[in-house]
Design a protein around this ligand. Structure first.
Ligand SMILES: Cc1cc2nc3c(=O)[nH]c(=O)nc-3n(C[C@H](O)[C@H](O)[C@H](O)COP(=O)(O)OP(=O)(O)OC[C@H]3O[C@@H](n4cnc5c(N)ncnc54)[C@H](O)[C@@H]3O)c2cc1C
Length: 308
């Protein structure tokens, strides 16, 4: 079995075990969240040994060149010596505002200490002072502070901290941005279809405003689904938002959001869709829109997968 070394820790990596799981089993202080190669929080540097290309998929070229790999998808055949990545992969930030948008959703605003380029709708990984990491979509526009909408989950490690312990002025770290769920200005006449449930609204709120700001000329349809009326947590703001056709929809009154969408847009071919939030709903809608004729290249989706 190959050996994995990280600082003073050395352990054997079992067959079918990821490098991350081997490190965690041995008590190594490595952050992680998705364990699926997307959030980036378990990135480490290879000091000695050879990691498979899959462990670098999606990383910036400059990070690949530095030997960075994602430990959660790293299954190297030989021995590996690893070290933490340089501090410049993460941006130091401070919480500058914490507001309840509803009983279930907190808005967290973060000011980054150094420049942080992002597009509205991408996601960042928020890293707490103790290393706990979770991904959140960006609701704000480039040039503004980072705005995140965090759903409060009973016993949720990050969300419970945000609700009860986090304070304005608190230092955190931010990794990213990642994801291709953002507006690009080509084809400004193309109808946009933005669909999200729960806090899946966060990236869509950013994307819709970004599209308006960048002079999008086609219709912008924003459909927000919730179980109950309290879940429509930006209802007033969205009703007042110029340039956007906002359609709130409630599960019990209107039916599942995918049925609502296909009822409104039975022939979606030619539209550009952004789908965010509950993984099952995102997956169902993506499939249905594709089967109804929407080109997969015109579907951008971020499923809010829970942390592993
Ligand atoms: C790309 C991406 C973008 C995301 N963007 C956002 C966002 O903008 N806003 C947001 O609120 N979340 C978002 N998430 C989800 C977020 O990363 C966390 O998973 C979520 O906040 C729960 O973390 P926690 O530490 O509070 O709960 P955890 O401690 O991780 O989980 C606590 C309990 O809740 C369960 N649980 C976790 N997630 C859910 C869920 N969605 N529904 C029901 N039960 C659940 C867990 O299984 C566990 O039992 C995103 C995820 C991804 C991958």
């Amino acid at each position: 079995m190959p050996t994995v070394r990280y600082g003073a820790i050395a352990c054997e990596r079992h067959e079918n075990e990821s490098t991350l799981d081997a490190l965690l089993r041995s008590g190594a202080p490595v952050s992680y969240s998705c364990k699926a190669g997307t959030c980036g929080s378990c990135m480490v540097r290879v000091v000695d040994g050879s990691a498979p290309a899959r462990a670098q998929a999606g990383l910036k070229d400059s990070w690949k060149a530095r030997g960075y790999v994602l430990a959660c998808v790293c299954h190297a055949e030989g021995d590996l010596t690893l070290a933490p990545v340089d501090a410049d992969t993460q941006v130091a930030a401070r919480i500058v505002a914490l507001d309840a948008l509803s009983a279930e959703v907190m808005r967290v605003r973060l000011a980054c200490d150094s420049g942080f380029d992002f597009s509205a709708g991408q996601y960042v990984t928020l890293i707490r002072p103790d290393g706990l990491a979770r991904s959140y979509s960006i609701a704000s526009l480039p040039g503004e502070d980072l705005e995140l909408h965090i759903r409060l989950l009973p016993n949720g490690r990050m969300s419970e901290w945000v609700r009860t312990a986090a304070r304005v002025g608190e230092a955190v770290r931010v990794l990213g941005p990642n994801g291709d769920c953002f507006y690009t200005p080509g084809r400004p006449e193309q109808p946009l279809l933005l669909v999200g449930t729960g806090t899946g609204l966060a990236p869509l709120y950013g994307i819709a405003r970004d599209a308006v700001r960048q002079g999008h000329t086609g219709p912008i349809h924003l459909i927000h689904g919730a179980v109950r009326a309290e879940g429509l947590y930006l209802d007033e703001t969205l009703r007042a938002l110029g340039g956007v056709h906002y359609k709130p929809t409630l599960l019990h009154a209107d039916g599942p959001v995918d049925q609502v969408v296909l009822g409104l847009f039975p022939k979606p071919a030619g539209m550009r869709a952004f789908l965010c939030g509950d993984p099952a709903i995102v997956q169902t809608l993506k499939k249905k829109l594709f089967l109804q004729g929407l080109d997969l290249r015109d579907i951008h989706a971020d499923a809010f997968l829970p942390a592993a």
